[in-house]
Design a protein. Structure first.
Length: 91
């Protein structure tokens, strides 16, 4: 449960920081639904990670710190970091 709790807590932190403000209301609604459902059904961390990758971390320095935290959680779960995805798109 600890890992799922960390992912949910981090997602709430990203929401509070406005990382997803550029997304549609529907996408943000899906994210809120995932948070609420995560304690009642099978936890699907991949869905959270998909939405994290759509976040905008470029607005100011605090967001860069959140990007580092996000990448650390992604790495701990065997996922590519968000920075690595940007590099792949360049090539």
């Amino acid at each position: 449960m600890g890992n799922s709790f960390d992912i949910i807590l981090h997602t709430k932190k990203l929401l509070q920081a406005g990382i997803f403000n550029h997304l549609t209301d529907e996408s943000i609604s899906v994210l809120h639904h995932l948070i609420m459902q995560s304690s009642f059904q099978n936890f699907n961390k991949k869905k959270f990670f998909e939405i994290w990758r759509r976040g905008d971390f470029s607005e100011h320095f605090v967001n860069m710190q959140l990007l580092q935290e996000t990448n650390l959680i992604l790495q701990k779960n065997g996922e590519y970091t968000i920075e690595e995805n940007f590099l792949e798109m360049l090539y």
